[in-house]
Design a protein around this ligand. Structure first.
Ligand SMILES: [Zn+2]
Length: 224
């Protein structure tokens, strides 16, 4: 079957079905790698609720997108989510993007995911991805049409270490701005954690890989 990764990342879901109405759980979220700035975009989630996309800028080419998705339509919950980030979001919002130049250490707190009053048929989570930005385009241009950003299909990936990798970046000639599965670029320790976590496709079927290629119809697809 052809691989068609449309999801562009991994949903790291938080426990939520044990809470009472209006009871909140704060889930501490830290930076997976060091960065030189945070870019924030506020936008509707795929379920139509509010979400906050935080891109940790690693260098000129590579970013770690982490979308805080409480999946709640409750205004108080979404206000609490906005107030629970490591940076102060302006009252006017960040729909066109906000930039916070700052040094971020690996493991540093970037915000709490708020688990409270979750909408039906949704799960609160961090959408975790990896982005290569082509120098042909600004980040603002890319996220003005974020659904148009290319999704890597698990083949032809940049190196995971050494020259051209996210930690030793170069321009990848001919590669457009592209989302990659963060699993392949994770440490052995992080991979072990993911390997020992129950992995589900969008349809609820148990998968054997963190990025479920072709997962939309409950088919876990093919792991590279
Ligand atoms: Zn997602």
């Amino acid at each position: 079957m052809e691989k068609t990764e449309t999801h562009s990342g991994i949903d790291l879901a938080a426990r939520y079905d044990d809470l009472e109405v209006d009871q909140a759980r704060h889930v501490r979220i830290v930076a997976p790698a060091a960065g030189i700035g945070l870019h924030v975009y506020e936008m509707p989630s795929g379920m139509g609720a509010d979400s906050i996309l935080v891109l940790i800028q690693m260098n000129d080419y590579w970013f770690l997108p982490m979308t805080f998705e409480p999946q709640s339509t409750d205004a108080a919950t979404n206000a609490l989510q906005r107030a629970s980030m490591a940076v102060d979001l302006p009252d006017l919002g960040c729909s066109a993007g906000c930039y916070f130049p700052m040094q971020i250490a690996k493991g540093e707190w970037i915000g709490d995911l708020i688990v409270r009053n979750v909408m039906p048929d949704a799960y609160p989570h961090i959408h975790y991805s990896l982005l290569y930005k082509s120098p042909d385009q600004t980040l603002e241009d890319a996220f003005a049409n974020n659904l148009e950003i290319a999704r890597n299909q698990g083949t032809g990936m940049p190196p995971t270490s050494g020259l051209g990798s996210p930690v030793s970046p170069t321009e990848l000639a001919g590669t457009p701005t592209t989302f990659y599965c963060p699993y392949e670029y994770s440490s052995a320790a992080a991979k072990t954690i993911m390997d020992n976590t129950v992995m589900l496709s969008v349809g609820g079927a148990v998968c054997s890989c963190a990025c479920a290629y072709n997962s939309e119809a409950g088919d876990c697809g093919v792991c590279p």
